[in-house]
Structures are given as C-alpha cells and as structure tokens.
Write a protein that binds this ligand. Structure first.
Ligand code: NOJ
Length: 533
C-alpha cells in the first residue's frame, strides 16, 4: 500500500548529523557510506523517517548550514552517487528521508555571494543579497547568535557596502525581493526532490524577508512566499513534507501552517523548554499552559515534538524569569550557556537519572504531534563542554567500547572530534553494543516505546483532550482517533502521585487498569482504551 500523503502524521523521526554517525571511508569523518551501512540500526529502532543535517559543500564554519554549493555533496560526506544509494537503502527499509533546505542564507564562499560583491549596485547579481550603505537599517531585528555577533550587518570591502546576516557574519542572507532568488531556490528543490527526498526542513524560515520598521520575523511576504513554495512542491512532488524551523511563540508558529497550505509541519519550540521546567519543578503547569495557549492547527498540519537537537537547548521562547530559572537549574557549569540557550544533551541535563530521561522520552513519544529523536539519545549519550560552539552535542556516535567508540578506524586522535570519554557517559560504558543484548537497556526501552507508539495511530493523529488531575505534578491527556483512544498520565514529581484513569489496558504491562492508580516518581502510563472511545 503506498504511504498516505500525510505520512508525517504517523512518522517517528530520527535526526542525524552525518559527520557524527559512522565513518565508512576511514578519514575520521562520518559519511554517507557509513550512514548507509548503519541504516539497519536506524530502522531497527522503529523510527520511520531519517532527517539528515546539511551535507552540501561548505567551509563548515556552521557545520554545513553555511552552504557553498546547493547541488552537490561535500566530498567529506561522499558523492552524489553515495547519496543516491543512501536514499535507495533508506526507502528499501521503509524510511522516509528528510534533508535540509537552507535558503535564508548561504556561505560567503558561495559563488552567488562572490559574484554579488563584485557586481554593480542595482544588478540582479548584486541583489542576490541584502546590501546597505549603513549598518543602522532594521534596528528592531534581534541578534540570534549573541555569543559571536554584535550586529546583523557586516562590512564587505569588495562591495564597499554592508550585507545583512541574521546568523554568523559569514552567512549573508539571501534577498527574497529578487525573483532570481526564488528561481534559484526552485532549482535546488527540484534537484533534491527529483532524487527521491521525501521531506525538507526549512532552516531559519521566519527571517526570509526583512522590511523597514519591523523586526524582520514572520512577515506577510515570507508567508506568501512559503505558500507559493508549498504549491510548487504539492504540484510537482505530492507527498513531500515541508517542515518549518520557526522558533516562535505559539501564535506566530501556527502561522507557518497557513490554512493547511503552507508548511506541513513546524517544531513546537515553546513546548520544549517547558518540559524541562516541569520536571525541575515537579509541576505540570508550564507544559499545560503553553499547550492551552497553542491555537488549533489545520487538520493536515502536524507539530514536530523534540526534547533535544543538534543546537543549544534554545530559551528564546520563554519569559525572562523562566530563562533565569532554566539557566540556574540546568546551566550551572559556566561553559554550558551558549547564545540564548544551553549546549547540553538530554542525559546530562537529567543528571543521568533514568527515570527522568524516560519520562522526557515518554512525553516526546506521546505528546500530540510527531516525535524527533536526536541520535545518541536512545542510548543516553553525554556531551563535551570543552568543545566549541555546539560541537559538544555532535560527538561521534558510540557504537562500542573499541577505540574511537567503533565510529572510525583511523588512529585515535584523528577524528573530527573525540568521542565522549567521561566517567558517566563515556563510550566504554554507554554504547550500542553493550545495550543491544540487555533487555533493560535504554536502547531496548526506546525500541519498545516506539513500537508501542506505532501500534496506536491516535498518538500522531488523535484529537486531544486535557484533564486537570488534582495533583498538579500530573499531566494527563487523552488522544482519540477513530476507535483507537489512548490516555497518558505523566508524573513530573520525585514522589508518587495518584491519578484517576479510564478503564483500559496498560500499554506496557498489558494489564487492565481502572479507577485511580499510583504513578511512580517521574513515572508515566499509556493506557489503551481501544474500541471503547
Ligand atoms: C538553525 C540550525 O539548526 C543551526 O544549527 C544553524 O546554526 C542556524 N540555523 C543557522 O543556519
């Protein structure tokens, strides 16, 4: 049976930076050959889609989000042929492939920029980017990379003008007022989608257009452009999913769904830090409030739920007090803060407490939307705060306890980054090979929970009803889809909690439950009330 056009509603995504996953070529750098060889592992997790981070030729000053050529594979990752083989193998295993469409900015190394800076002002070539004689335009646009940038303008000697950049100064923003930029984007879209890519994450999508007198985010022009892009993709590549990376408050974030005619998916950024707040406070309120304040979304739209990713744990969508609380609680190490966030992984954030890690993952896999699991979180990988920028959460995948964590056969010390080797999360103890045979390992637990999720389409498709248990530590909700209904109760507190549940079957134990039951500290239950909705 062909996959439905809205396959993303039932999907479980797995996020992979290719550089970090598996080195097939033996140069200390993960690549498509290695990833393709390890796709069996990915499929065996039970995930249904793989999201790969940028792999295009790049000076890698922002890990490939600084693209120098949109129509090729960086040779460190392999060749276009390797990419094709990767897509083919993923599809054989039933995995959808999601790639990155980074169209807000390029690298300064991109030929478009090199051409632009030399082209006379006012030409189409020059106007691929946004230029100004002063660095004082658009004063209301915030700075995103606060640790490295103090302006959104950078001076270019060759052009004799300032260029606009919302991220690093080596990433000039493309100019969406230039129709030639739109045409160039469609060529990129055609290039990858015609090779069988099933979905694209639209990096940094709120910032495409900029206008005087605005903060340069979420502008009507940006939404209009995205609708056009969606129309094109629907017409030429039906069933392709567009995923917005729109780190915005709920009311602005939902705008990226349009009326079901813009992006199919968008990450729920405001929810993510509130899961951490709730577990630290033993109180559901932060999660409950943000979800209560999230407008309904069109039927065909879907939230992307995540607890961690390749970036810092962003705290842009919280209040000042909440941010202070998050930094106090989770970033006591002075090396942990980065920009407006915290550059740590899930397991260290939870102090390695399995109950808390499992609660966070339990919510990841059951809150309304489709989950995105970050590579390595299935085995509880740690991070390395001595590495610069966000590199410490992008270390080599820990396959086994052999040198280089089984990631590469180069001599130790020649990897793109060292594997985690600390006492708690080091590869000698936290690795796939050690967890495979252990039925109680985190890896096998993650496989089980994904398998259970997939048995119940209500998780991805259900209409949600929230309950307000008397104990404020408990988050409780019901997801109903057709005759399949699931009830979830999660205890954010470090003490037992009582909750009333409907008659049903505990998904994990297979036992019947009804009435009131006691949740363990940080415990959660999924109860199936199939056929009784
Ligand atoms: C968002 C990406 O997730 C991040 O890694 C990158 O640095 C910025 N966009 C800029 O491209």
């Amino acid at each position: 049976m062909p996959a439905p056009l809205d396959w993303y509603k039932d999907a479980v995504f797995y996020e992979v930076p290719i550089r970090s996953f598996m080195d097939g070529s033996g140069d200390g750098f993960g690549d498509f050959a290695g990833l393709t060889e390890r796709l069996d592992y990915v499929a065996a997790l039970g995930v249904t889609a793989i999201w790969v981070l940028p792999f295009y030729p790049s000076p890698l000053r922002d890990d490939g989000y600084d693209i120098a050529d949109y129509h090729a594979v960086d040779e460190r990752y392999g060749t276009l042929e390797d990419f094709r083989r990767f897509v083919e193998r993923a599809h054989e295993l039933g995995l959808k492939v999601v790639t990155e469409l980074v169209i807000n900015h390029t690298s300064i190394d991109h030929p478009w920029f090199q051409r632009a800076r030399r082209a006379p002002a006012g030409t189409i070539e020059r106007d691929f980017y946004v230029w100004s004689d002063t660095d004082e335009r658009f004063p209301d646009a915030r700075i995103i990379f606060t640790f490295s940038e103090d302006s959104n303008w950078a001076w270019d000697e060759v052009a004799g003008a300032y260029y606009w950049h919302r991220f690093f100064s080596h990433q000039p923003d493309l100019n969406y007022d230039n129709p030639a930029v739109h045409a160039a984007v469609l060529e990129i879209v055609d290039f990858w989608l015609s090779m069988g890519v099933d979905g694209m994450r639209l990096d940094a999508v709120p910032y495409l257009y900029v206008r005087d007198g605005t903060n340069g985010e979420n502008l009507p022009e940006t939404h209009a452009y995205l609708k056009t892009l969606r129309g094109y993709v629907d017409q030429h590549y039906p069933g392709t999913m567009l995923l917005a990376e729109a780190n915005q408050w709920p009311e602005d974030a939902v705008a990226y769904f349009g009326d079901g005619d813009e992006c199919h998916m968008n990450f729920h950024f405001p929810l993510m830090p509130r899961l951490y707040m709730a577990i630290a406070r033993g109180d559901r309120t932060p999660v409950r409030e943000i979800l209560a304040g999230t407008p309904e979304i069109p039927d065909s739209s879907q939230w992307g739920i995540f607890v961690r990713n390749h970036d810092e744990l962003t705290l842009e969508m919280v209040t000042d007090d909440e941010r202070a609380f998050m930094f106090d609680t989770y970033a006591q190490d002075p090396r942990a803060p980065l920009n407006v966030g915290i550059r740590r992984r899930l397991a260290p954030l939870m102090n390695g407490d399995h109950r808390k890690i499992r609660l966070m993952l339990g919510l990841l896999f059951s809150l309304p939307g489709s989950p995105f699991l970050y590579y390595g979180d299935e085995i509880g990988m740690g991070d390395e705060l001595d590495l610069p920028d966000r590199d410490g959460v992008r270390t080599p995948m820990q396959w086994d306890d052999s040198p280089n964590a089984g990631f590469s056969r180069v001599p130790e010390g020649e990897l793109y980054a060292p594997p985690i080797a600390d006492e708690q999360f080091g590869y000698d103890r936290v690795n796939v090979a050690a967890q495979q045979p252990d039925p109680d390992s985190q890896l096998n637990w993650v496989r089980r929970i994904i398998a259970e999720r997939r048995k119940h389409p209500a998780f991805g498709r259900g209409k949600v009803d929230w309950f307000e248990p008397a104990d404020e530590a408990v988050l409780a909700y019901r997801l109903a889809h057709g005759t399949g209904t699931v009830f979830v109760a999660a205890n954010f507190a470090d003490r037992p909690a009582i909750v009333d549940v409907p008659d049903g079957v505990d998904v994990f134990s297979g036992r019947r439950v009804s009435g009131s039951l006691t949740l363990d500290p940080y415990g959660f239950r999924w109860i199936s009330i199939t056929g009784r909705a």
